[in-house]
Design a protein around this ligand. Sequence first.
Ligand SMILES: [Zn+2]
Length: 100
Amino acid sequence: MKKCPFCAEDIQEEAVKCRYCGEFLNKSSNAQWYFKTNWVIIGFLCAGPLAFPLLWFNPRYSKRNKIITTVIVSIITYYFTVVTIQSVKTILNHYDQLFL
Ligand SMILES: [Zn+2]
């Protein structure tokens, strides 16, 4: 026997759904796979700041961690944006010198 995390009634160890309150007990582990830290990191690596909602709506992290991560990712995104713009400018200057 184990306790239902929603209503605290004693239920079967293998129970998928609580028979007292009707809550599904594997909800947080199965349905929200995208909230796992690995997927949040992959999201940031692939989509950058577009992955912020994964962080903000993630119940696994505290508000403080969310703010710190948001600031760090914003700084990294800003840095990469500046570097990208500078390298594009360098390439354009290079071509200007070639053709003019
Ligand atoms: Zn319950």
